[in-house]
Design a protein around this ligand. Structure first.
Ligand code: UDP
Length: 339
């Protein structure tokens, strides 16, 4: 293929980044991963098949060296902090890491003429939904510093397009979940706050119970509805976004979800079926900032990228996550080390 060069993947040792690395390697891509390993796991990477650089994108000298040495054709940018609650109590940490640090990376891209950027954005840039399903024209009014930091970087990227021709795809993820179906890599966050892994931790007895945050939402069973998008579907969307930019596509946002919503109670019931266990549950108050319903309109992803979710039923996400959590690593990279 014309113009197929090295890819620089920031945060490639993280949850979504590592699944995308695995997918892009299967497509024959050449990859340099940059990760500071604050949350990433080097064990999630096949070190014989990627160039791994431990470091931070805010390190200007390192960025200069990386671009001089590898001349990447495109950057896939995953590296970010993503705890919504923490972003409210420590906003500067989020603006520094999610907004200021990528500016140093972008400066190196500009200096070296690297003009393709695939950005891990989020439906949190929309804030509270004014209608569902949500398409890319939905107003963007983020309600927490995490969403705001991603939204601001989108704005920066648009300005870079005007100034020096950078082309970006803003991939606005809904609720990422699931794992590599082969069970080789998976989700390992510390702390873990997400619904599906916490339910499975309760099923394994790693935590006493799962607390359902709110049962009085205006939804059919009173619990929140989310659009769960499988991490392998996110990975394939990145590959298609890369092809879109290689074909000369302009800067554009693209929502990534299935178009179908499931309630917290539905996810719990499915997890009981998959694990064959009765999962201890308690019912608590609402979590601040949770909208009742978030559902993606994925029409643009299909029209622009030719992408459609393959794992539409969250049962398949839970099955893969359970396989990872009950496999040799027990859901933690630290459990066994690479030989
Ligand atoms: N949730 C819950 N208990 C938990 C974790 C999450 O009831 O221990 C709910 C949460 O309120 C939301 C849904 O599960 O309605 C998905 O939350 P998650 O944190 O996985 O993703 P988010 O929607 O914050 O991106």
């Amino acid at each position: 293929m014309a113009n197929k060069g090295t890819l620089l993947i920031t945060g490639g040792a993280g949850y979504i980044g590592s699944h995308t690395v695995k997918h892009l390697l299967s497509l024959g891509e050449r990859i340099v991963v940059l990760d500071n390993l604050v949350f990433g796991h080097v064990e999630a990477l096949p070190l014989d098949r990627v160039t791994f650089v431990q470091g931070d994108m805010s390190d200007a000298a390192l960025m200069e060296r990386l671009f001089a040495e590898h001349a990447p054709e495109a950057v896939l940018h995953f590296a970010a902090f993503a705890f919504v609650g923490e972003s409210v109590t420590d906003p500067l940490k989020y603006y520094r890491n999610n907004l200021a640090a990528p500016l140093v990376l972008l400066e190196a891209m500009q200096r070296h003429g690297c003009q393709r950027f695939i950005f891990s954005s989020t439906c949190a840039t929309y804030g509270n939904p004014v209608q569902v399903p949500m398409n890319e024209d939905h107003p963007q009014a983020p309600v927490n510093p995490y969403g705001a930091s991603k939204w601001m970087l989108e704005r920066v990227l648009r300005d870079c397009e005007v100034a020096w021709g950078l082309k970006s795809v803003f991939l606005r993820y809904f609720n990422a979940s699931g794992c590599d179906p082969a069970g080789e890599i998976g989700e390992d966050h510390e702390p873990e706050t997400h619904l599906i892994p916490r339910i499975l931790m309760a099923a394994k007895g790693e935590i006493d119970q799962i607390t359902v945050f709110g049962t009085d939402y205006p939804t059919p069973d009173g619990t929140c509805i989310r659009d769960y998008i499988h991490v392998c579907d996110l990975a394939s969307a990145h590959a298609l976004a890369l092809e879109y930019l290689r074909a000369g596509g302009a800067t554009t946002p693209v929502n990534l979800g299935t178009g179908r919503g499931f309630s917290v109670k539905e996810i719990l019931q499915t997890a009981e079926t998959v694990t064959g266990k009765v999962i201890p549950v308690s019912y608590g108050p609402r979590r601040a900032g949770d909208p009742p319903e978030l559902i993606c309109d994925p029409a643009k992803a299909k029209a622009v990228l030719g992408w459609e979710a393959q794992f539409k039923d969250p049962r398949s996400h839970i099955e893969a996550a359970w396989k990872w959590m009950t496999g040799p690593r027990g859901g933690r990279y630290s459990v066994i080390s690479d030989q």
